[in-house]
Design a protein around this ligand. Structure first.
Ligand code: GAL
Length: 695
């Protein structure tokens, strides 16, 4: 008898373990590929329209509704008086029309009574002026009163909806971005953060280099937040500013974790917790939270800029989803887009109509890069208030789908087809495995560079993205990873301008290459220690033995003045940044400067190291041609094949599908094997087009 029970137990364990395939996930079953949703704000509309709208959302093919994001005023109209009746009704309608829900905590917009009765709950700008009621994102996230109110509303919501089976997860706040706060509560919290970090004021004085310009403090009480706007950028202390940024990012992460912990006391394990960072987020650091299941991003590629070719201003900036989709995997290993621009926006430099099909292409881009969810702000275009000119999935009449709405419907229909054809257990094709690339990046480097760019041509945000673009042009699967990542998974690791380092990190890079990795490091890496000090040694001295060269100096040229760099394959122009390299005996000079007074100095070097190699690219060019050719040679020499996709054409692989999107202004004829099975689109991918195929 006992034996039978044991066998039965083993069988059940086996079956349940099989039911979750390798990629299967408690929140997002692999076979669903990507789950789609839409923001709906019932509080904006006459309750008589709710059922019509929710029914329509369901009929259009959406799978979840995103609710309550800015609705604090409705849930707690007076301090301590709660009303969830209206939200219950909407929840019932969602259940009736088989729509799941992502419930949001409303901390980004507080009710009027809070600013009125508790002004300290609002942050202060750098002129020490307090924010006013009337917009969002002005909460002083370290203020105890504000946190108490947040805790109460989040608790009430969690108690009411935490066990609701229709809710798949929670979004915390809206676009948390670690806004600078100069209020007394923030000053106090900053001082506490410094005490925890430095313990003694002398240590702080030493690390901040306070001997300079009499910045010396005799007690923590004298320390105030470094206020760049009042001292002028030239007068600010870069070490203090770096710490302020770190403090803000820590405070933001702690605030999100605090909400997550509050929720977790009540919600079921089936409900996830996430937040929606902006795609380009220079303040909040998604890697600092500990209690979120994953991070999502908000993607608005078209804000009125030129982009690639003649139609680029309609197709949007191809970097937005490209980078965010990889970077935001940092928190939980996967990500998704919580907001995808549905059409024109109200805040662009100018607001062109997207080329027909563009919204669908953005959706496919999110999908291609592994996104588990795709959602959009917002269902109905609103006919009043600040975002009147922002399109929605429905036009202003509330019942006619916008062009973006039609794109969504097509995407959701096509996903149903792809779900049937997906091979969620397919291994990564061999040729892609050979190209596996990691790009190392960290927000602290951004903060540091942005204070001391040295040339206005240094494009701090886009610099690492340039290398992601290059890897994608080779057809590589490329991840954006933290320095703590396991690098051994990658054939190629690119370290673009990683300014702040310590010896442990250099050792890790060394070991990666010595064990057979192909390491590519670029200019401005290792120029400083973690506190932001240059070395009391040669330029980027800790790097010298790793790259097999000394950096004797660096140069930069005026905007329109180009220098010449030569490799065995030809000439390249550069002007943004140029390290002058002196290679060691066993280091190859891959590129040399061909003009200026230092003609003949090396610009790019490569050396073998153990089973692998290290390449150092000392120049930053405008057109990236040099960087691309150097990288291609590294890939080829390492036995990886490379494609040559033009700018804006990106190809990904997931779940057995190759997916291509085209942000360029030209048709692109995709070279696919004759035996390939086209699932969606055509071999010639038009601008704004997509192609999905199986090989
Ligand atoms: C996002 C924001 C939305 C909406 C949208 C407009 O950044 O999260 O609430 O304001 O912008 O484009």
């Amino acid at each position: 008898m006992k034996k039978h029970i044991l066998l039965l137990w083993l069988l059940i364990t086996f079956i349940t373990s099989q039911a979750f395939s390798q990629q299967d996930h408690p929140f997002f079953p692999a076979r669903r590929l990507i789950t789609t949703g839409i923001y709906y704000y019932p509080e904006h509309w006459d309750p008589n329209l709710w059922e019509r709208d929710i029914k329509r959302i369901s009929e259009m093919g959406f799978e979840f509704v995103h609710l309550a994001e800015f609705a604090w005023f409705k849930m707690e109209p007076e301090e301590g008086k709660f009303d969830f009746g209206w939200l219950d009704k909407v929840m019932d309608l969602c259940a009736k029309y088989r729509l799941k829900v992502v419930m949001c905590t409303p901390s980004a917009t507080t009710p009027a009574w809070m600013r009125h009765q508790y002004p300290e709950t609002f942050l202060m700008n750098s002129q020490y002026i307090r924010g006013e009621h009337g917009t969002r994102g002005l909460g002083a996230i370290v203020n105890p009163a504000y946190r108490r109110f947040v805790e109460i509303i989040v608790t009430k919501m969690a108690q009411r909806y935490g066990k609701n089976e229709n809710i798949i997860g929670w979004q915390l706040d809206n676009e948390p971005d670690a806004k600078p706060d100069f209020s007394p509560s923030s000053q106090e919290a900053f001082r506490q953060w410094l005490k925890d970090k430095y313990h003694s004021i002398d240590t702080l004085n030493a690390v901040w280099g306070n001997a300079f310009w009499s910045q010396w403090y005799s007690s923590f009480d004298q320390v105030i937040i470094p206020n760049v706007n009042l001292v002028g950028w030239w007068g600010s202390n870069p070490h203090a500013v770096l710490d302020f940024k770190r403090y803000l990012a820590d405070a933001q992460a702690a605030f999100l974790d605090f909400q997550a912990h509050t929720l977790r006391k009540y919600i079921s394990q089936q409900q996830f917790i996430t937040t929606n960072y902006t795609a380009v987020c220079t303040g909040a650091d998604p890697r600092r939270t500990k209690a979120l299941d994953f991070a999502t991003y908000t993607a608005y590629p078209n804000g009125g800029t030129y982009n690639i070719g003649k139609q680029g201003f309609r197709l949007g900036n191809s970097n937005v989803i490209l980078f965010a989709a990889e970077y935001y995997k940092a928190t939980g290993g996967f990500s998704g887009a919580m907001e995808i621009q549905p059409g024109t926006v109200n805040w662009g430099n100018f607001t062109p109509l997207p080329l027909p099909g563009t919204v669908r292409m953005w959706l496919y881009h999110v999908f291609a890069a592994g996104g588990k969810l795709a959602c959009s702000y917002r269902f109905r275009q609103i006919n009043y208030s600040a975002e009147q000119y922002h399109s929605g999935i429905m036009l202003t009449d509330g019942v006619t789908p916008s062009p973006g709405g039609n794109d969504y419907m097509q995407f959701m229909k096509e996903m149903n087809l792809l779900r049937k054809e997906a091979d969620v257990n397919a291994p990564l094709p061999e040729k892609l495995a050979k190209r596996a690339t990691a790009i190392l990046w960290n927000l602290e480097n951004y903060w540091s560079f942005d204070q001391q760019r040295q040339t206005r041509q240094w494009d701090t945000w886009n610099y690492p993205i340039k290398f992601l673009q290059i890897a994608k042009s080779f057809g590589a699967q490329a991840d954006v990873v933290a320095e703590t990542a396991d690098l051994s998974k990658y054939k190629f690791v690119i370290v673009p301008a990683y300014e702040l380092v310590d010896s442990a990190l250099i050792k890790k890079w060394q070991a990666y290459a010595a064990n057979g990795g192909h390491l590519i490091i670029t200019c401005r890496t290792a120029a400083k220690n973690r506190a932001g000090y240059l070395w009391e040694a040669g330029w980027a001295a800790p790097l010298s033995s790793l790259i097999g060269a000394r950096i004797s100096a660096f140069d930069m040229l005026p905007d329109q003045y180009y220098g010449d760099v030569q490799t065995k394959s030809g000439h390249y122009s550069w002007n943004n940044w140029g390290d002058l390299l002196q290679p060691d005996k066993n280091t190859e000079a891959v590129a040399i400067y061909n003009d200026q007074f230092y003609k003949g100095a090396a610009a790019v070097v490569k050396r073998r190291l153990g089973k692998g190699d290290v390449t150092y690219i000392g120049v930053d060019t405008d057109d990236a041609k040099l960087e691309k050719d150097v990288l291609r040679d590294v890939y080829t020499a390492a036995g990886a094949t490379t494609e040559d996709y033009p700018p804006g054409v990106f190809v990904y692989w997931r779940d057995g599908f190759y997916v291509a999107v085209n942000y360029s202004s030209d048709d692109y004829a995709m070279n696919i094997p004759a035996s390939a099975k086209i699932m969606i689109g055509e071999k010639t991918v038009k601008p704004g087009g997509v192609l999905v195929w199986k090989e």
